[in-house]
Write a protein that binds this ligand. Structure first.
Ligand code: MGD
Ligand code: MGD
Ligand code: SF4
Ligand code: MO
Length: 709
């Protein structure tokens, strides 16, 4: 007899509701929860990966300690004690900043891991904190803090009600949406079209989303800020602005208009690859639609003008009046008030209070960009990183210039990894602490429900038991907090005793319950448990000016760091068109960054780690379909099979990221058989958005030729 339990998928931001069929303690099946009012039964192929990983014999279930080139399983107490002792030792010997954190993407999918991590950061007290944010949404959170006074106050495109959607550098049909929680993005886009709306995609690849769009324009990577500035300039010139309603909340509108002056459609056209006529037409569509909204994601964030381009997207929405009103960009009202929490804990997004030791990169919220990670490990002197704690991250495959990080991490005195696999990064650990995973954990997507296109809340219980003695990410981190605190003594130990007391009294669940009760709907976990399919809290509603956390509750449209960076954008205008071949990356529906490749059902089929190349670019280089190409950049050289496709813009080549599993010392049998190569050997860690410090992932110039072997 099977029974059904309702859960939430923690694998991507869509946070779909699941109906899990259980046969005793075994997962018999995973379907979409049709009664979930937000995701309405939608799931993607990755959801079944939850079952595969739950059962995966390669998954780590007990702590591992390195013994030379081998590993031994040890008891939790011993592992935790030793890890704490080594962290304290490295910091005693080399200073607080000698121990670094690297925090990966899955951390953000677990409310309890986020809480545990903040406690652990509090006790480790290091400035050497890095995370996947700086290869991801850093420009988005930075601009939110500059414009709205809070990094957690992020405008969401109201795609369910808009008439015209302009998408730059996002592929939600594959990614399922990002910095925007919108389960079944495809159906939402189809509904938009069915009600007479349209959407346009700007992308150097005719992506899955672009194929569904009413129009698609190729754009040369990294030139979106120029395009957006030209759109904005045209809208100002033609009088398609609509600022009456918002004017009381705005400052520096004239300054913004003046700043756009140099960016004419004619000057921008040859650099972006989009004609001046098309730019003007887009501006008109955007400026004259009843409602319109512009949305940009990885292609905007992870590029050399990430912050300025993100700012321009917000400016475009604001200036056309498509802001804080239905059909435009709106602020969510989450049940767990994330912006409020950010205010209370002082994490609204301080920027550049200090800079990194080696190359002077700016901190944001006490974190440094990963572009400074390798050099901080390599460069001797006070503050050099000698020890590392990773949580749910795989920098060796996921960060630019992975091989450099691989080498630097392998030389550290002590590495502690909290991870479920022995993979390309964790093979360098001295100790690995494996947490419970997926359906073994309670879920409340604290971050993603605050980015929803609707206000929605759901608390999902754990639906399958973890292996005996297993601990969650939160419990592991709190154990470390306790043990590190005890070793330190003095004042620090009082602080950690307080943390320990709080955690013991409430735990992560208690903390969440409190946050929910203090939130705008006064919900409790018990309320949510009584609604196993989640609670629909209604459409997004106008929230100005109260949502603003700026000193005078106004939006300063030209924050100083942005205004200063426009000099660089003007210089880019002068530079004109670049002739080089540029490397761009892509995602696949069956893949999740670097870490779901040990699931047979997700990796089977055709080799996906291929180089997409425009036939004309290939012909010039004597490359044909299926030919093995050598691709070289400043940082590396790899060999990868070519697939010809006019889906990619001339002058760009395209590869997925997260592959390259053929390394010694990892324990992922299936992934190794589908190893692929890592695009991040080619992605240049020196290329960043100079303002935010975020990595410009899609900007590496490469050369491609026939591989000689
Ligand atoms: N070239 C290129 N590079 C990119 C990107 C790109 O578009 N192009 N995208 C970037 C983006 S957006 C991101 S977010 C980063 C991701 O970069 P990372 O977060 O560093 O890497 P992931 O591949 O997501 O690896 C996640 C790790 O977490 C582990 N894990 C999974 N679930 C859990 C859990 O519940 N607990 C714990 N403790 N561990 C867990 C997995 O085993 C894996 O080791 O990659 C970036 N890299
Ligand atoms: N199936 C699947 N889903 C995922 C993930 C996954 O690995 N697999 N990863 C998750 C993560 S961590 C994230 S952050 C999200 C990302 O979510 P998205 O941003 O929606 O996903 P990407 O596929 O990175 O889409 C970025 C698009 O930008 C384009 N692009 C690249 N450079 C430029 C540029 O300079 N300008 C413009 N206009 N476009 C450009 C690329 O061709 C690509 O189509 O997806 C999440 N969801
Ligand atoms: S779309 Fe995302 S949240 Fe939904 S089932 Fe797929 S991976 Fe899970
Ligand atoms: Mo990401």
């Amino acid at each position: 007899m099977t029974r059904t339990q309702y859960a939430l998928c923690p694998l991507c931001e869509a946070s779909c509701g699941l109906a899990v069929e259980l046969d005793g303690e075994r997962i018999a099946g995973i379907r979409g929860d049709t009664q979930n009012p937000f995701s309405r039964g939608h799931i993607c192929p990755k959801a079944l990966g939850l079952k595969d990983i739950h059962e995966d014999p390669d998954r780590l279930r007990r702590p591992l300690r390195r013994r030379g080139t081998d590993w031994e399983e040890i008891e939790w107490d011993e592992a935790l004690d030793e890890a704490a002792a080594r962290i304290v030792e490295v910091q005693r010997e080399h200073g607080q900043d000698a121990v670094a954190f690297y925090v990966g993407n899955p951390t953000g999918h677990s409310y309890s891991a986020l809480l545990g991590l903040s406690a652990l950061r509090e006790v480790v007290k290091t400035r050497s904190v890095f995370s996947s944010a700086s290869v991801d949404g850093l420009p988005r959170t930075l601009v939110a803090s500059l414009l709205y006074g809070n990094q957690a106050t992020i405008p969401i495109a109201d795609i369910d009600r808009t008439d015209f959607l302009l998408i730059l550098g996002a592929n939600p049909l594959v990614s399922n949406g990002s910095i925007m929680t919108a389960p079944d993005f495809k159906k939402r886009l189809q509904r938009l079209q069915r009600r007479g709306g349209t959407f346009v995609v700007i992308d150097p690849r005719r992506s899955e989303t672009a194929q569904l769009a009413d129009a698609h324009h190729f754009i040369r990577p990294g030139t979106d800020a120029l395009l957006l500035a030209a759109l904005l300039r045209t809208i100002f010139r033609e009088g398609w602005t609509n600022t009456t309603r918002l004017a009381p909340h705005l400052e520096q509108l004239e300054a913004l208009e003046r700043a756009m002056d140099p960016f004419t459609a004619e000057r921008v056209a040859p650099i972006t690859g989009i004609g001046a006529g098309a730019i003007r037409e887009l501006a008109q569509r955007f400026g004259t639609s009843r409602t319109a909204v512009c949305y940009g994601r990885m292609g905007i964030s992870a590029q050399e003008f990430g912050a300025v381009a993100t700012w321009l997207i917000d400016a475009l929405n604001i200036v056309t009046g498509n802001f804080d009103r239905p059909g435009g960009a709106m602020f969510n009202t989450p049940a767990a008030d994330l912006p409020g929490i950010a205010r209370v804990v002082g994490q609204t997004g301080e920027f550049a209070r200090w800079t990194s030791r080696v190359s002077g990169k700016p901190e944001f919220n006490g974190e440094l960009p990963v572009a400074a990670f390798a050099e901080e490990m390599e460069t001797a002197g006070e503050g050099q990183i000698r020890g590392l704690i990773t949580h749910a991250g795989n920098p060796v495959l996921s960060l630019p210039n992975g091989p450099r990080l691989d080498a630097a991490i392998s030389k550290l005195d002590f590495v502690l990894c909290l991870d479920i696999y022995l993979n390309e990064t964790t093979r360098h650990a001295d100790i690995i602490l494996p947490p419970t995973f997926g359906l073994e954990k309670e879920q409340y997507p604290l971050l993603f429900f605050s980015l929803g296109v609707r206000n929605f809340a759901q608390f999902a219980p754990a639906v399958v038991p973890a292996s005996p003695g297993a601990r969650g990410d939160y419990e592991i981190m709190m154990e470390l907090v306790r043990r590190i605190g005890a070793r330190r003594g003095g004042l620090q130990s009082i602080g950690t005793r307080a943390v320990k007391w709080l955690a013991g009294r409430w735990g992560a669940r208690g903390a969440l319950d409190l946050i929910l009760r203090l939130g705008p709907y006064g919900l409790s976990i018990a309320d949510l448990e009584a609604a196993p399919h989640g609670v629909d809290l209604g459409p997004l509603e106008p929230r100005l000016p109260r949502i603003l956390n700026t000193p005078d509750k106004k939006i300063r449209l030209m924050p100083t760091p942005i205004a200063d960076d426009l000099t660089r954008l003007r210089a880019r205008l002068e530079e004109g068109r670049r002739q080089e071949l540029t490397l761009v990356s892509r995602r696949h529906l069956h893949s999740n960054n670097s870490w779901m490749h040990n699931c047979q059902r997700l990796v089977k089929g055709k080799d996906r780690c291929t180089l997409l190349m425009n036939p004309l670019d290939a012909e010039e280089r004597g490359l044909g379909d299926g030919v093995r190409a050598r691709v070289q950049s400043r940082t590396g050289s790899i060999v990868v099979p070519v697939v010809l496709s006019d889906e990619v813009m001339r002058g760009t080549v395209n590869m997925p990221h997260g592959w390259g599993h053929d390394v010694d010392g990892a324990r992922q049998g299936v992934a190794r058989k589908h190893a692929g190569v890592s695009v991040n050997e080619l992605v240049d860690d020196a290329r960043t958005d100079r303002l935010s410090g975020a990595s410009a992932l899609n900007s590496a110039p490469v050369s491609v030729s026939v591989a000689d072997r």
